[in-house]
Design a protein around this ligand. Structure first.
Ligand SMILES: Nc1nc2c(c(=O)[nH]1)N[C@H]1C(S)=C(S)[C@@H](COP(=O)(O)OP(=O)(O)OC[C@H]3O[C@@H](n4cnc5c(=O)[nH]c(N)nc54)[C@H](O)[C@@H]3O)O[C@H]1N2
Ligand SMILES: Nc1nc2c(c(=O)[nH]1)N[C@H]1C(S)=C(S)[C@@H](COP(=O)(O)OP(=O)(O)OC[C@H]3O[C@@H](n4cnc5c(=O)[nH]c(N)nc54)[C@H](O)[C@@H]3O)O[C@H]1N2
Ligand SMILES: [Mo]
Length: 768
């Protein structure tokens, strides 16, 4: 077994440090171009360089520190590789052959170089000219009896310019079907915050992290997924702020971190704490923790008022800005400590300790990511976080606020510029005014609805602007079969992935420039694109490397090509926009006035911040106030339900240190001490014993649902790990076979990929 389990669960070595530097070196060497690679990294997140495609953590608004991180290097090296998947590669391998390859092997063939069309007779992709591809795609789209039979997917790497042009094209074509990676990601944050504070985004700036006295990091693993955030957490602990973590696992990056950018520290081998207090809830237990904090805060306030001390709750803020505190207080009082302790897995004393830190801090920031958003009750959970923050007025002032940390580097911007199946009326009105023609108004499909339409046969076409739809979605084998029944599939991509091999009657792969590459127009003028980070900062991004192939087009050019072939140039002159992205930005600013003087502002060194009312205590809600939410705790979390069955567990699916979503860079998960394997399940030693197994045993993992679909992940290795009993964990996308598309968040429709009920049986076992 090519597997090694070292140091599992121990955090003796810091995250970052030499391990990270060694890994960076390996990634750059492995990309085949260490010199370009190093130069490329020097330009990442610099004012005159490109935005790192790694994550959506913010860049400092001032200074010019060399901001990079190990996993940013991997993302950049992945794109800057010398390997090419050119037409001769596709001549050699049939689609059926490639379908048996792993994700890892497919992407390691390197960058796509030519537009490709599937030849069903011989089961191979073959090179085709851009013009033919565009013409055929346009004809196929026009042949559909109803534009709502097409699904237009977006992955969050697309720039503002590409995304805006795409949504313009799709709406003019006649549908609002915009399934978006955000539907599987931070949708619950968008829904919850829009209702709570009138904007579906976080309220803080990066600078606020320097002023916070306490930072709560909830359901998030920044050591792997937002490594640059560790430097900010570490700086916070160094100046004496408390960093409080709620995470089911003891994640190494959230314990200690040696900054690879600090030479002295590297030489001394030192490392500093990234957190001061660490709590380990059960999966789905965070709403209960915040509810418990609320109970303690109300009680403390009552006691303070009764004894004539100053209040604990910020009554002035609530009177001036909020609505719904009475109903909220009632529901808090009606929630029992038994329910809170049982669901959260934390004791009342632990919740008291977290509350004491919260109350002692003048300024608090709360951040969160997928550990919060991928449950059934995620929207209520995020509303509860907001409730607790409102009690102390912890929003809309320097050093305080809410911070959902986004995933893909421009997922927030894509939504801002209109990738939205249920776009606000104001946006559609403005688009109509700009274009001078009516646009469809019916709500379109999100990811789950697109899946439904594919499974039922209602959808006939799929266009993917990046991403890996079938692998990222729940029930991936079902979706894969459904995609093969489509009439048309088109994938705009940089590298080959499994989604591209789910060929319909007509299929195309359209290779595009990556963000690190120079994008020149026909006159030779280099174009820049823009992105928006988690702090609502919009900045420019211009590539510095030569394109991977002379044949590549930019995403903007490809969208314009499809749009022109489908719709002609009557309403929009697509080639003009594709020739000069300033014109697209002018159009964005006319439709969305918050972009102001977009073309000027984006050329400022660090870009500009989109206006975010809630960070100034302006609430763009129907009531004009910040809204408390009075929701019950879930009757039972998946963990609680599992307790009622025999040998039943709740599974979370997350990322290893060596992957970017469905892209697998390597087989290690260094911070969790796992090397050379991804087919594993992390499990408490007592739970391993309880199912009659020993660590290292191989098991089939089976989803427990009452529908007819059998969901089995076969032959996974049990790894003994420090994880709450009853909770298990493993890697996405391999475990997406277990995520039922029928299990999703209330109001968010996000697959509940952090709470899947499962059981185990020895590998090779018989019927279910
Ligand atoms: N290198 C790298 N960077 C990335 C990505 C990548 O794949 N690789 N992906 C990008 C994308 S699209 C996204 S959305 C982000 C994802 O960033 P994260 O949200 O950090 O991603 P996950 O790996 O899913 O980690 C979830 C974390 O939440 C914890 N958790 C799970 N369930 C619960 C729970 O119920 N309660 C609590 N308190 N904790 C819980 C897990 O133990 C884990 O630490 O990262 C982005 N950045
Ligand atoms: N079980 C489970 N499922 C999950 C999650 C989970 O935690 N657990 N997380 C969910 C989350 S948070 C997300 S965001 C989704 C991610 O879902 P997606 O965004 O669909 O998936 P990615 O793996 O990020 O997409 C990778 C592909 O994008 C293409 N690509 C890369 N760079 C570029 C570029 O610059 N331009 C273009 N056009 N294409 C490019 C490459 O072909 C690459 O193969 O997965 C979701 N699915
Ligand atoms: Mo994401």
């Amino acid at each position: 077994m090519a597997k090694k389990q070292d140091n599992i669960g121990k955090s003796s070595n810091a995250a970052g440090g030499w391990g990270a530097l060694k890994s960076v070196g390996r990634q750059l060497m492995g990309s085949g171009q260490p010199v370009t690679g190093a130069r490329t990294m020097l330009k990442a997140n610099q004012p005159d360089g490109f935005d790192c495609p790694g994550c959506a953590w913010g860049d400092p608004e001032h200074g010019s520190s060399f901001e990079f991180c190990e996993n940013g290097v991997k993302a950049v090296a992945w794109e800057a590789t010398r390997a090419r998947a050119a037409p001769d590669f596709f001549a050699e391998h049939s689609v059926s052959d490639l379908s048996t390859w792993s994700d890892y092997d497919l992407e390691h063939q390197g960058r796509l170089t030519h537009p490709l069309r599937y030849n069903v007779q011989i089961d191979h992709y073959e090179a085709v000219t851009w013009d033919v591809a565009f013409a055929e795609i346009g004809a196929a789209l026009n042949a559909l009896p109803d534009p709502n039979m097409a699904e237009f997917y977006t992955s969050g790497r697309a720039s503002n310019e590409a995304a805006f042009l795409y949504q313009t094209f799709v709406r003019l074509y006649g549908t609002n079907n915009f399934p978006d990676c955000s539907n599987m990601c931070h949708e619950a944050s968008g829904v919850a915050l829009t209702d709570a504070i009138g904007i579906g985004k976080g309220t803080v700036r990066l600078e606020d992290f320097e002023l916070a006295d306490a930072i709560f990091v909830v359901g998030q693993n920044p050591g792997t997924n937002h490594p640059r955030m560790l430097a900010d957490l570490r700086a916070a602990t160094e100046r004496g702020a408390r960093v409080v973590v709620f995470n089911t696992l003891k994640e190494k990056g959230l314990s200690r971190f040696a900054d690879p950018q600090n030479k002295l520290e590297m030489v001394r081998g030192g490392s500093e704490a990234t957190s001061t207090d660490y709590f380990r809830p059960r999966l789905g237990g965070d709403m209960a923790i915040f509810r418990g904090m609320s109970k303690l805060i109300f009680a403390a306030d009552d006691a303070a008022l009764a004894s004539g001390r100053s209040p604990v709750i910020d009554h002035d803020f609530i009177a001036e800005h909020c609505q719904g505190i009475e109903a909220y207080r009632d529901i808090v009082e009606a929630t029992s400590w038994d329910a809170i302790e049982e669901q959260s897995g934390l004791s009342r004393a632990e919740i008291q300790a977290a509350t004491d830190i919260f109350l002692a801090a003048e300024n608090v920031i709360t951040t969160w990511a997928m550990g919060i958003t991928q449950h059934r009750h995620s929207v209520d959970m995020i509303r509860e976080i907001a409730n607790v923050m409102f009690l102390r007025g912890q929003i809309g002032r320097a050093g305080r606020g809410l911070c959902p940390v986004r995933g893909h580097s421009n997922v927030q911007g894509d939504r801002t510029v209109g990738i939205n199946e249920k776009a606000p009326k104001a946006l559609l009105d403005a688009m109509e005014a700009e274009l001078g023609v009516p646009l469809p108004r019916d709500k379109g499909h999100n990811v789950l609805e697109a899946i439904g339409a594919m499974l039922s046969g209602d959808a006939k076409a799929f266009i993917g602007l990046g991403g890996n739809f079938a692998r990222a979605t729940p029930d991936s084998p079902l979706i894969a079969d459904a995609m093969k029944r489509l009439d048309l599939t088109v994938n705009i991509a940089t590298k080959l992935n499994h989604g591209h091999l789910l060929t319909g009657k007509q299929s195309y792969i359209l290779p595009c420039l990556g963000r690190t590459e120079i994008d020149r127009n026909a006159k030779g003028v280099a174009q820049i694109v823009t992105v928006e980070d988690s702090m609502s900062m919009v900045h420019g991004s211009g590539g510095i490397n030569l394109p991977a192939s002379k044949t590549l087009k930019s995403e903007v050019q490809i969208i314009a090509g499809i749009a022109e072939a489908t719709l002609g140039n009557g309403v929009v002159n697509w080639p003009d926009l594709a020739e000069d992205y300033d014109e697209i930005r002018d159009m964005i600013a006319r439709v969305l006035p918050i972009f102001g003087d977009f073309n000027t502002d984006v050329r400022q060194p660090r870009g500009f911040r989109l206006r975010n009312g809630a960070s100034y205590r302006e609430w763009n809600t129907p009531s004009g106030r910040a809204n408390f939410s009075a929701a019950d705790l879930p009757e039972a979390t998946e963990w609680q339900l599992a307790q009622g069955r025999e040998q039943s567990f709740v599974l979370q699916t997350f990322r290893s240190h060596d992957q970017y979503n469905t892209t697998i860079y390597g087989m290690d998960d260094r911070y969790r001490g796992v090397y050379g394997a991804r087919d594993i399940v992390f499990m408490h030693p007592d739970d391993i014993a309880a199912i009659g197994a020993v660590p290292g045993d191989r098991m089939d993992v089976i989803t427990e649902t009452d529908d007819v679909i059998e969901r089995i992940a076969r032959d996974f290795c049990l790894v003994s790990y420090d994880i709450p009993k009853g909770c298990v964990a493993g890697y996405y996308p391999e475990l997406n076979v277990l995520v039922p598309h029928s299990s999703f968040g209330d109001k968010s429709f996000t697959p509940a990929s952090k709470s899947i009920p499962v059981r185990f049986r020895p590998s090779g076992g018989g019927g279910v």
